[in-house]
Structures are given as structure tokens and as C-alpha cells.
Ligand binder design. Structure first.
Ligand SMILES: Nc1ncnc2c1ncn2[C@@H]1O[C@H](COP(=O)(O)OP(=O)(O)O)[C@@H](O)[C@H]1O
Ligand SMILES: [Mg+2]
Length: 422
């Protein structure tokens, strides 16, 4: 153990040194309080034995300075006091000393007191270590607890998503069937209607012919029939019906088409397709997707294509096209009247980089982070399901790619997709 002695009296210092060295401790010597303080700061001894009365800095002052030095481990301090000072011991302990010894001291007593000091230092050291270990353990515990909470919320989240997915798949399945026959019946009805219209045309012709002949020559029952027909035609406003029925059927067909798309979205959300893994030519994929969505885009935007030479991508072609489709439909929907959609593909190191930009409405800053959340939509009920971007995100993730979004309200939105090239 390192022990510092601060003592201005030469003889006393020598005696101290001798006794302490005999105990196999390393001794540092200071001839006054100032030197004592300097040596303390340089060497950080475990124990300090200091005289009380010293020039410049006295023992009490040194004590206080050591206590406020901020040294990490404990320093055991013993004060040397003259016999006549014994009544002032309160001051000694108040300054932060742990023990005292009266001068002239007996070597044996000094030895015992140093041993006591050593014992206390060991206890102190163990206590300190224990405390440190406990702090570390607490820290680990805190971290583990935090991790646990995070995992728990992730599990909850994924369970929630899984059950929403199941629900969606169930609903989609249930709707699919009726919407299928409603759609096909509507198209059959439209065909039938054409036949009825033709038949009506024939009846009209007949009625006209009858009217053109001399009414008096016609038998009464025919007269009555023609009158009844004319009256009824007026009543139901036949001309209006002729125009309105096809329109109604058209609206219904459009409605079922919309439901069909929503159902397809929901199905994709639940289990995104099961097509086979292939080598995909992204340029071709975009091209065929553009054909599919041309109806939704052509009135809204001019499409500018800038296709580069790009490597093939390994993945599920239908799903990758689904991503382009969802982005392109959103882009068209974001354009109010007439805008532009710019599609660029290029090689990026070994990867394929696809950027799709529109100059539509843009996305509010606060919404950008939510774009990929399932069911997040800013569109009116019936128009948006909020699933398009979530599906896109999951598909790209499954292909080990990235999808990023940059947007500014009023200027437009850019999606950047990177897919690993093969
Ligand atoms: N190109 C875009 N321009 C502006 N807003 C967009 C664009 N793409 C996506 N968004 C925003 O992201 C939301 C979520 O998109 P999406 O998941 O496809 O759901 P939906 O289109 O059914 O609303 C949209 O409602 C819209 O607010
Ligand atoms: Mg969408």
C-alpha cells in the first residue's frame, strides 16, 4: 500500500518512515502541507498520515483538500496531534480524518492504527466494487427490460398485422365470389339489353305503321292496344329509360371493377401472391405494367420513359410489377389535371435503380413517415385502401431491396427503388 506522510519535523518524519517501511508499505514523504497535497495528487496514495501543525497548509486543510479532490477510491487519513490538542478532536473528524494518533507516538500503536486503516480500506474497496457491479447489473437489467418491451411490442404489432391479414383475406375471399357473378351478370345484362332495344325498335315500327293507317279502319281492340302502349310509354318516360339504363349498367360495372381491385389489394396484403421466382427484366416489367394501368394514367399524365441498360433481377415478376403499378396509380391520382410521370431505370453498381417521379400534389412532411403503414390513406372512402404502399414496401423488402420516398407539397413525389442485380 502507498502511504503518504506529511510532517515538517525531521525526526518525527524519520520515525514514521521507519515504522511504516518496516510494515512493507511504500512511503511518500512531504515536508509540509503543500508538498503533501502535490504528492497526493501525483501518486494517489491509499493512506495519508499528516501532522496537524505545519507551515502553509496545515493538516486539517490538507484533510479537507483531499476529501474534495474527487479521487475515485477512498483515502484513509490519520492526523498526528500533540497531546494538548486532544480536546479539539471534533475539528479533526469534521475535516474528514478517519483516525488520529498523539505525538509522540508509540510505534506499536501506529502499526495497529495503520492495520485498522488497512482493514477499513479493504472493506471500502469491496463495497465500492460491489456498488459498481450492482450499477452495471442494473444497467444490464434496464437494457434487457427495454429489449423485452420492444420485442413484446413487435410481437404484438406483428400479431395484430397477422390477424388483420387473416381478416382481410377472409373478407376478400367472401367478396370475391359475389362480385364475380355480379360483374359477369352485368355484362350479360348489357348484351340482353341490346336485344330488348332491338325488339323495342321493331314494336315501335309496328306502332308507327298502325298509326299511319286510317284509324277508323282498325279494329277497336288494336286501337285500344296502341293507345295503352302510348300512354304507358309516356308514363314511364321511355326515351329517358333508353338512355339511363345503359348508363346505370355502366356505373355498376365500374363499381364492381373498383371492388374487384380493392379485393385484389386485400388479397395481396394477406399473402402477396405465389408466383415463381424468375430472372426479371425490370424495363419489360414497367412496360407491361404501364399497359395495364394506361386507363388510369392516360387522361392525367404524360409518361416519360428513360430506360437504361440494366442487369436482370432475381424475383417474383408479378409482385415486382405490382409495386410499379401501385406507385404509378398513386402518381396519377396525385395529379390534379395534367402532369408528368417520369420513369427512369439505371444500373447502380451491381444493382438496379428505378426512380418514378410525378409532379402531383406531393406529400405533407408529417405524413411521409406513415406512407408505408398499412391502411394509411389520405383519400376518400372508396377511393383509397391505404394498402398500396405497404404492399410495395413488403415486396421490395422480400426482394432484399430498398424503397425510398422524397416529396414536397406542391412540387411532387419521387420514389426510388433499388433491387439487387443478378
Ligand atoms: N405519388 C404520390 N403523391 C402524393 N401522395 C402520395 C403518393 N403516393 C402515395 N401517396 C400518399 O400515400 C397514401 C398511401 O398510399 P397507398 O398505400 O397507395 O394507399 P391509397 O392510394 O389507397 O391511399 C396515399 O393516400 C397518399 O396520401
Ligand atoms: Mg394507392
Amino acid at each position: 500500500m502507498k502511504i503518504l506522510i506529511a510532517e515538517d519535523d525531521y525526526v518525527s518524519r524519520l520515525l514514521l518512515k521507519k515504522s511504516i517501511s518496516a510494515m512493507d508499505h511504500e512511503v511518500l514523504e512531504a515536508v509540509d502541507g503543500q508538498q503533501g497535497l502535490d504528492l497526493f495528487q501525483e501518486n494517489e496514495p491509499s493512506m495519508v498520515i499528516t501532522d496537524w501543525m505545519m507551515p502553509k497548509i496545515d493538516g486539517l486543510e490538507l484533510c479537507k483538500k483531499i476529501r474534495s479532490s474527487g479521487k475515485k477510491t477512498y483515502t484513509y487519513i490519520m492526523l498526528l496531534t500533540a497531546k494538548d490538542k486532544i480536546s479539539d478532536l471534533v475539528e479533526v473528524f469534521a475535516a474528514g480524518a478517519d483516525d488520529y494518533i498523539t505525538k509522540p507516538f508509540k510505534p506499536d500503536e501506529l502499526k495497529s492504527r495503520i492495520k485498522t486503516g488497512e482493514r477499513i480500506l479493504t472493506l471500502e474497496h469491496n463495497h465500492h466494487k460491489l456498488q459498481q457491479e450492482m450499477t452495471e447489473k442494473n444497467f444490464e437489467l434496464d437494457k434487457a427490460l427495454k429489449d423485452l418491451k420492444e420485442t413484446q411490442s413487435q410481437i404484438l404489432q406483428s400479431e395484430k398485422m397477422a390477424s388483420i391479414g387473416q381478416l382481410a383475406a377472409g373478407v376478400a375471399h367472401e367478396i370475391n365470389n359475389p362480385i364475380g357473378f355480379v360483374g359477369s351478370n352485368l355484362s350479360t345484362l348489357t348484351d340482353y339489353l341490346k336485344d330488348f332495344n332491338t325488339l323495342l325498335g321493331h314494336y315501335n315500327l309496328m306502332k308507327q305503321n298502325l298509326k299511319d293507317t286510317d284509324l277508323e279502319k282498325l279494329p277497336d281492340n288494336i286501337k285500344i292496344i296502341t293507345e295503352t302502349i302510348e300512354k304507358f310509354e309516356e308514363e314511364i318516360d321511355i326515351d329517358y329509360l333508353k338512355d339511363d339504363i345503359p348508363e346505370l349498367l355502366g356505373d355498376c360495372a365500374e363499381g364492381t371493377e373498383r371492388v374487384r381491385k380493392i379485393v385484389a389489394d386485400l388479397k395481396n396484403f394477406a399473402h402477396p401472391g405465389n408466383d415463381k421466382i424468375k430472372l426479371v427484366n425490370v424495363n419489360q416489367g414497367i412496360e407491361s405494367t404501364l399497359n395495364v394501368v394506361s386507363n388510369e394514367i392516360k387522361y392525367k399524365a404524360q409518361v416519360i420513359k428513360e430506360f437504361g441498360e440494366i442487369p436482370l433481377v432475381e424475383g417474383y415478376p408479378q409482385q415486382i410489377n405490382q409495386v410499379f403499378m401501385n406507385i404509378l396509380v398513386n402518381a396519377a391520382q396525385a395529379i390534379e389535371e395534367k402532369g408528368e410521370i417520369h420513369i427512369k431505370t439505371q444500373q447502380d453498381n451491381k444493382d438496379v435503380k428505378i426512380t418514378i417521379s410525378d409532379n402531383g400534389s406531393g406529400i405533407e412532411e408529417k405524413n411521409i413517415a406513415k406512407i408505408f403503414d398499412p391502411f394509411f390513406t389520405t383519400k376518400p372512402v372508396g377511393k383509397g385502401t391505404g394498402l398500396g404502399m405497404n404492399i410495395a414496401y413488403n415486396i421490395i423488402k422480400k426482394h432484399k431491396g430498398t424503397i425510398d420516398i422524397k416529396s414536397k407539397v406542391g412540387s411532387g413525389t419521387t420514389f426510388t427503388i433499388i433491387l439487387p442485380g443478378k
